[in-house]
Design a protein around this ligand. Structure first.
Ligand code: FAD
Ligand code: SF4
Length: 464
């Protein structure tokens, strides 16, 4: 019988990871599968606090203590039903959310006992339920006569589609890529999220009635057609304009941007064509940046058998924007971190050969609240390199059909949601938007939350 004090005797145990030697050559996910006994045991550590901070900190406000209780009882299908009340893709969030900054960071047990393994249990529940043939339930059996078009099959667009279809609204999702998922498929590498997990969602969504039109890049002409034939349109186009560092010499051969590098590697692994990956085998690789994208690049280079992999970052480990979990994984896999190091110049005769870096110390906090790195004079040194990846993040670059449809954007190129009638509605009432394109490069869980909420607003707008 549960006493609510299990956390004293039962320690937080995460699922085992594969041996480092295997991880360094394998692109598959690094965690071993959990068994039901350990899931029950770890779930029993939940205190079931009266005011669950984890729920508040989760952007989807998942009913965490409630599904942990069901998992503890072994009621996995009921737990999956409950997970899907608030989250369209729990198995994806369980894998890729930076839990230490979200749900687990707010767990009461952090006061000396270590958080419940919320993400890993969320992943187990849905993986197991789906493997046993469980499917998300529809709220409404009959379809309304209204139709919604969704541009972008990333997590924002997919979550919008999932919510609409389960509520009886027909929808078609358009994407320029041959597969669904957006950055879940083409940005985030397999070692964090295996592609079959996302592809399983395509099967489920299609079975529920969602139509996908893939390999279809929407331009002004196609947008006009789509708009005419839809009662509402949801845009989830993401942000794809890479932030340049303005480092001297960054146009040299051997410098690549993070996303094309990761996308090419994924396409190669998915064998969509005779794709060659951008391969760093036996190369001395340096990645600039400290976010999730940078971590994905260094860990991809390790798996490509690079000779050495360095991550150069201007601040210290504590101030890195990426998930601590992923930074630690990169360290375990042999990535060398050069903290407090500022890239100054890429040297080489047409081709990269050396990177000049300087040491930094952290000054006062700037307007973003983060301490500003200040270069220490005379600290410059040279690193020998063959390849350099720039991973400074992405910003919005609105496509031409946005202005064409009178949709307002902010100075940063993000879609303005200044229409007060419905949340997520743009200045053109027929168009709604969500995900990275309204808040800038962020997290999948935020995109899912926007897509879900926008679907409910679209239903109100259509008066269904
Ligand atoms: C390398 C990398 C690693 C990341 N790691 C994590 C992580 O560990 N955890 C996490 O939570 N988040 C992570 N993120 C962030 C996360 O992937 C994004 O926040 C999320 O995918 C945004 O979802 P979205 O639906 O707004 O956009 P996207 O996922 O970018 O999807 C947009 C879709 O729109 C399509 N599209 C755009 N224009 C058109 C057009 N004209 N016609 C047709 N289709 C179009 C694109 O092809 C794409 O499929 C990472 C991002 C990157 C780049
Ligand atoms: S969706 Fe993300 S933040 Fe919310 S409970 Fe799951 S892992 Fe935690």
């Amino acid at each position: 019988m549960s006493t609510n004090f299990e956390f004293i005797d039962i320690k937080r145990i995460e699922p085992e990871t594969k041996p480092i030697s295997a991880r360094k050559v394998d692109f598959g996910e690094i965690y071993e599968t959990q068994n039901i006994d350990s899931v029950k045991e770890q779930s029993s550590r939940c205190l079931d606090c009266g005011n669950p901070y984890c729920e508040w900190k989760c952007p989807l406000h998942n009913y965490i203590p409630d599904w942990l209780k069901l998992a503890q009882e072994g009621s996995i299908q009921e737990a999956a039903d409950l997970c899907h009340e608030t989250n369209s893709f729990p198995e994806i969030c369980g894998r890729i959310c930076p839990q230490e900054k979200l749900c687990e960071g707010a767990c009461t047990l952090n006061t000396g006992y270590e958080a419940v393994t919320i993400g890993q249990i969320e992943k187990y529940i849905t993986d197991k339920a789906l493997a046993d043939g469980w499917k998300p339930k529809k709220y409404v059996e009959n379809f309304s006569t209204k139709t919604v078009s969704i541009i972008g099959a990333g997590p924002a667009g997919l979550a919008c589609a999932e919510n609409l279809i389960r509520r009886g609204v027909k929808c078609t999702v358009y994407d320029k890529y041959p597969e669904i998922g957006g950055l879940l498929t083409y940005g985030i590498p397999e070692f964090k999220l295996e592609k079959n997990i996302v592809l399983k969602r395509r099967e489920i969504l299609e079975e529920l009635g969602v139509k996908f039109v893939l390999n279809y890049e929407v331009d002004e002409k196609k947008m006009n057609e789509i708009e005419k034939n839809s009662d509402a349109v949801f845009l989830g186009l993401g942000t794809y304009e890479s932030i340049k560092g303005d480092i001297e010499g960054q146009d040299k051969e051997g410098v690549v941007e993070a996303l094309p590098y990761l996308i090419r590697n994924t396409e190669y692994l998915m064998s969509e064509d005779d794709a060659e990956s951008i391969n760093f085998k036996d190369k001395k690789v340096v990645v600039l940046g400290g976010g999730d994208t940078a971590m994905d690049c260094v860990r991809t280079a390790v798996r490509q058998q690079a000779k050495s992999v360095h991550c150069v970052y201007r601040r210290d480990k504590k101030n890195m924007p990426g998930s601590v979990k992923e930074i630690n994984h990169a360290m375990e896999e042999g990535v060398n971190f050069l903290f407090n190091s500022q890239p100054l110049e890429i040297k080489g005769n047409g081709k990269v050969k050396q990177l000049k870096i300087g040491e930094t110390k952290l000054g006062k906090a700037d307007t973003s609240g983060r301490r500003k790195p200040i270069l220490v004079e005379g600290s410059e040194k040279l690193l020998e390199i063959d390849k350099l990846v720039i991973a400074f993040g992405y910003q919005a670059d609105p496509q031409s059909f946005i202005a064409e449809n009178n949709i307002k954007v902010s100075g940063r190129g993000l879609i303005s949601l200044d229409n007060k009638n419905f949340k997520y509605q743009t200045s053109n009432p027929k168009f709604f938007a969500g995900g990275d394109m309204i808040i800038g490069s962020s997290l999948a869980v935020h995109a899912i939350a926007h897509g879900r909420d926008a679907a409910k607003e679209i239903i109100k707008f259509l008066q269904i």
